[in-house]
Design a protein around this ligand. Structure first.
Ligand SMILES: [Zn+2]
Length: 462
């Protein structure tokens, strides 16, 4: 049984989908006003591990991740750049999808953009008016009256007594001290430029929170299983989503809520003024690979603060090399034998421990511990029976459907070097030792090592 920590109940609960065997998951996506930073990718990496584990458990998944392409930040950015909002945000939508590939994050089933769902948002606000949960202010904006929704504050556990009735907040982001009626629709102001839609309440644009309520309902229905985001989304964003959705529909919004903790860089909160603010692109430019960064981002339990350091990124190289060496050895022993036999007992134990750890609220540290203990035991089990090695290799691939970093990067071996390695094997067969040595040295000079395996020569980077 897969247990997750539900922020709503503040306790571990078994994940049981509302619909047979089908988990419907909503994850708050990027605001496409800039290149996403590694703190953003910490959240998306947690959600990737979650969706991969849900599938490993045999569930079908439908994940929706929104792209916020209209809000305070995107409008400010487009105005400062002098570009139309659509052109401005397109750049960052494209780079977001490129980044996901680099980090081997599995794509969600749907990536709706807020600007493509404005009619759904307007419909939802109309429903809130019908229920007495929306009112128009003098400036043409529409607000949600939090004192009319008895359960307001249930996710963040706000003290309702401290709320100021009738106070309003216009910003998309605010803190608990400013809990107040929040904007569903923002009346048009000059700074919005050409970013404007018609509505029954006049010209304007949606507030940030209504975007997620409308987009989740469009793709997942009024009630779905699981909603995720970073801890800083709990308030106000997710609290406001609950108020809008449950207020309008009169039914439960999301059965479970999961939130990941912050990411720090070198032990400090990431900020531009501290000089420790990094986009994914900036880390790649320093020469690290997507696989190394993935390993770093996935390795800390999602509810613990992740301390991203360059020391540990460097150390990851050694850890990944150990895994690659083990996998390469397995391939050597498999040889030409294709059929997989029984798993040896140490590998059964590795899989059992790995699964038990991940079932425990995605305890990745326990999972990686099981993996490295398995590799340690496996290295001692060489030379391995080919059928056993094939079974372990299959298990490796199975675990990689969850981890996404086990498969070694494919190194393109230049074709002339492959020909030389084959010619060397031929020379050895003919006992032409001088020619065999000459070819080996030529391959070595190109930076590659020839490994003789039962299935023929293989080339490895020196
Ligand atoms: Zn959201």
């Amino acid at each position: 049984m897969f247990k997750i920590y539900n922020t709503m109940s503040r306790s571990l609960e078994e994940l049981i989908p509302l619909e047979d065997n089908h988990v419907r998951l909503y994850t708050c996506g990027p605001t496409v006003y800039n290149y996403a930073h590694i703190g953003n990718y910490r959240a998306y990496m947690f959600e990737d591990l979650l969706r991969r584990w849900i599938q490993y458990k045999g569930f079908k998944i439908t994940q929706v991740q929104n792209l916020t392409d209209v809000d305070d930040k995107t409008i400010r950015g487009s105005r400062e750049s002098g570009k139309a909002l659509r052109d401005y945000t397109q750049t960052y939508k494209d780079t977001f999808f490129e980044d996901l590939k680099v980090l081997n994050i599995e794509p969600a089933e749907h990536y709706p953009a807020a600007t493509d769902c404005i009619p759904e948002m307007i419909a939802l606000i109309e429903k809130l008016f019908e229920k007495g949960l929306a009112y128009k202010s003098d400036d043409g904006s529409v607000y949600f009256p939090i004192d009319k929704f008895a359960e307001y504050g249930k996710l963040a556990r706000l003290d309702r007594a401290g709320m100021r009735a009738g106070a309003r907040v216009d910003q998309d982001e605010y803190d608990k001290d400013n809990a107040a009626d929040f904007a569903l629709w923002k009346g048009y102001v000059e700074e919005d430029g050409e970013v404007v839609w018609d509505s029954p309440w006049g010209k304007g644009r949606p507030g940030w929170h209504i975007e997620c309520s409308a987009m989740s309902q469009k793709y997942l229905g009024k009630t779905f299983d699981l909603h995720c985001g970073g801890v800083d989304n709990i308030f106000p964003h997710h609290e406001d989503e609950i108020a809008q959705s449950e207020g309008a529909n009169g039914c439960l919004y999301s059965k479970y809520w999961m939130h990941n903790a912050h990411l720090q860089v070198e032990g400090k909160k990431m900020s531009k003024s501290e000089g420790n603010f990094f986009t994914l692109r900036e880390i790649l430019e320093k020469g690290y690979t997507g696989r190394e960064i993935r390993y770093e981002l996935i390795g800390t339990h999602y509810r613990k603060s992740l301390n991203f350091t360059f020391d540990s990124l460097n150390a990851n190289r050694a850890a990944l090399a150990r895994l690659d060496d083990f996998y390469a050895k397995l391939q050597e022993y498999i040889g030409t034998e294709a059929e997989a036999g029984e798993l040896p007992s140490w590998a059964v134990e590795m899989e059992t421990r790995f699964a038990a750890a991940l079932d425990d609220d995605l305890n990745i540290a326990g999972g990686l511990g099981a993996l490295f203990d398995g590799v340690h035991a496996g290295n001692k089990a060489f030379p391995m029976d080919p059928k056993e090695a094939a079974a372990v290799s299959n298990l490796w691939k199975k675990l990689d459907t969850v981890l996404g970093f086990l498969e070694p990067p494919k190194e393109e071996v230049p074709s002339e070097l492959i020909e030389m390695a084959e010619a060397r094997a031929e020379a050895k067969k003919n006992k032409d030792w001088a020619e065999a040595d000459r070819l080996r040295n030529a391959v070595a000079a190109a930076g590659w090592i020839i490994q003789d395996t039962p299935s023929g020569p293989k080339l490895k980077k020196a």
